[in-house]
Design a protein around this ligand. Structure first.
Ligand SMILES: C[S@@+](CC[C@H](N)C(=O)[O-])C[C@H]1O[C@@H](n2cnc3c(N)ncnc32)[C@H](O)[C@@H]1O
Length: 222
């Protein structure tokens, strides 16, 4: 190389520039692979058995959203369950506000670990419960206070599960996205931080009324 003529150096340089383009392509491919590996290895484990249409990505509730959810739960007592508890922030706050037991169900093991870490750092280790379980398989028949922050696509199915399992005196609080067919008894906040509270007894009464109206309509048509 030391003996290279200026023409050879120039040719090398041009070659390097071509390699540079190839290098950029390699970096892009490498980055794509790293993002994919992170998705599969960190964000997706635990979801292999969950049908694609029921998979909900992790997105933490904002501070204002947590505050709004807690305002809607004011005056309530007993236990609380967060379905898809992420890093455990709602469960931890619920525990701090006196809900016992405060339980989070979360499929992603990394998030369950992170939730335990947050509880330990806040001095509440062992007082909150984070379970690595599929929320669709949890028996909710004894839950009085339920919080959810899930994708709109799964809410119609979750509505059915909650309606079939929860006791009449249960209160459900949804963050960011409302249940499509339910009528809230209260709401808090605006925009992306909004939260909706639903009384289970009221939903059952509305459902009965809707059924009655539908059968009356069918009768009058026939
Ligand atoms: C939008 S995040 C909300 C996290 C947390 N509740 C919050 O408000 O910060 C939804 C969470 O639900 C979890 N999740 C989705 N499907 C689940 C399932 N079938 N069982 C348990 N957790 C699930 C996801 O891993 C994710 O952490």
């Amino acid at each position: 190389m030391d003996d290279a003529t200026p023409e050879e150096v120039l040719a090398d340089f041009k070659g390097d520039r071509r390699l540079g383009g190839w290098g950029v392509a390699q970096i892009a491919a490498g980055t794509g692979l790293a993002v994919y590996a992170m998705w599969v290895g960190i964000l997706q484990p635990g979801f292999r058995k969950v049908p694609l249409r029921l998979q909900v990505p992790y997105l933490p509730a904002s501070k204002t959203q947590v505050h709004n959810v807690m305002r809607l739960l004011r005056g309530r007592q007993g236990g609380l369950v967060d379905l898809g508890s992420g890093d455990g922030r709602i469960v931890l706050e619920a525990h701090c506000q006196g809900f016992t037991p405060a339980v989070g169900y979360e499929l992603n093991p990394w998030l369950v670990r992170l939730a335990h870490f947050h509880a330990w750092r806040a001095g509440h280790h062992g007082k909150v419960s984070y379970r690595r379980e599929d929320l669709w398989k949890v028996d909710l028949s004894k839950c009085k206070n339920v919080t959810v922050f899930l994708a709109p696509s799964v809410l119609p199915l979750l509505q059915e599960k909650l309606q079939a399992e929860l006791p009449d005196d249960a209160l459900v609080v949804a963050g960011r996205f409302p249940f499509p067919d339910w009528t809230p008894c209260r709401t808090e906040g605006h925009g992306v931080d909004r939260a909706w509270a639903y009384s289970m007894q009221a939903q059952r009464q509305y459902a009965c009324k809707r059924k009655d109206m539908l059968s009356q309509e069918t009768l009058s048509v026939n």
